[in-house]
Ligand binder design. Sequence first.
Ligand code: CA
Length: 223
Amino acid sequence: MSRILIIEDEDKIARFIELELSHEGYETAKAADGRSGLAEAEKGGYDLIILDIMLPELNGIEVLRRLRRESDVPVILLTARDSVTDKVTGLDMGANDYITKPFAIEELLARIRVILRSSEARSGRAGAKEDLLEAGGISLNPDSHEVTYQGEPVELTNREFILLRILLENRGVAMTREKLLSEAWGYDYYGETNIIDVYVRYIRQKTADDVIKTIRGVGYMIG
Ligand code: CA
């Protein structure tokens, strides 16, 4: 069953799309602003994302820009107005398609089917090969969320997982606590950067002390 994430702040529209999609047999989830939508999308596990452009917190274009740094999940943009700029920017940013509000649900469903068919064909061709992030004995699968250390499975909480993933993605780069915080959770703790120290400690306890290096005066680094 395909999983679809709906990022839309207008509750009526979001619920309407959700109802129609579940009626068609899709599994759905919703987010009502850009920030939580991005966080949900980054967890992975979605086959397609329906992304409104006009969103509070982060607009849809910004959500797409950040999402595309790490994910090629298909995205259909919803544009409230007939703005050519939004559409062009959206497609440039890697949206797969867009649809202008108000739209007929049948049109949205048809576009979803087209995109899911082509992405299924693509993943079939690519085989089951997954992009593992690896360094220092750690192996992390961004899709399945499986983590191993020296071949043994490691159970991480969601936050530990995200932090480890960011460090691995930036392998060889010393990351400040501020940078890690904003990359990991996308919002400010206003000075509570020591929360990063806490999660680093947890990850070390579950793996080994030297998996994450402390860079004095800067922050942390892997590799
Ligand atoms: Ca909106």
